[in-house]
Design a protein around this ligand. Structure first.
Ligand SMILES: *Cc1c(COP(=O)(O)O)cnc(C)c1O
Length: 223
């Protein structure tokens, strides 16, 4: 697998407005440097410890995205350097980010993760919970959070129709939430959906940000 070639052929097939988040979980610093030297600056990780370690040894102009389930007790470890938390999946987590961000004087960009898959195992909010959060006085009082959009993961399946329906419903919800809560806020603009197996469908359904691991680095070893 040639990381640079994989990135080049990936980028040739997607429209310019779609950002590629290089999902570097389980990859070592050398593999990440290869993607970096091909010009990429957005990297996604799903484990706090692994991310903290990598961020300390890799170039500081990398924009790190957190894309996994984030435990509240680990929030403060990533807040000093994180660029975007894509996986806000509870009000409790949002409150913790607000509290810790205030302590260090940062405003943290976040996406709300919606549960769109038919699998129960995946994390995320349902639309009703998103409305509850965005309507709540606690959220409205938050000064250290910027909600930039939504993230979602489709069901792991070969049924393309199901995947398309899930992305399409996420896209509809994005438009609804935008119209209701962020009508004149240009910063609420990101719809993070699509992985190696389904990014083509995701882009057709309105994705602005795809999160790609396997198609760049090859299969991850099981461990
Ligand atoms: C691992 C992961 C990805 C990347 O998956 P690939 O199939 O390797 O492209 C994207 N998003 C999330 C949330 C992930 O955990």
């Amino acid at each position: 697998m040639n990381i640079r070639e994989n990135l080049e052929s990936l980028c040739r097939t997607i429209p310019d407005h779609v950002k590629v988040i290089v999902v570097s979980k389980t990859q070592g610093p050398d593999a990440i440097r290869e993607a970096y030297s091909a010009g990429h600056r957005f990297f996604g990780e799903n484990k706090v410890q692994e991310l903290t370690l990598k961020s300390s040894v890799l170039p500081c102009d990398i924009q790190w995205h957190f894309i996994g389930h984030l435990q509240t007790n680990k929030v403060k470890m990533i807040l000093p350097f994180i660029h975007l938390i894509q996986s806000i999946d509870s009000m409790k987590l949002l409150k913790e980010v607000e509290k810790e961000a205030a302590k260090i004087g940062r405003v943290i960009s976040c996406l709300l993760q919606l549960h769109i898959a038919s699998e129960e195992t995946k994390f995320g909010l349902d639309v009703h919970e998103v409305f509850q959060i965005l309507e709540s006085p606690e959220y409205k009082a938050m000064r250290n959070i910027r909600i930039k959009g939504l993230m979602g993961m489709a069901t792991f399946t070969s049924d393309e129709n199901l995947i398309r329906r899930e992305f399409s419903s996420l896209s509809d919800n994005f438009n609804k939430i935008k119209a209701t809560f962020f009508p004149s806020d240009d910063e609420f603009s990101e719809l993070s959906m699509g992985m190696s197996g389904d990014y083509g469908i995701a882009i057709e359904e309105g994705s602005t940000m795809i999160r790609i691991g396997t198609a760049i680095f090859g299969e991850r070893p099981n461990h």
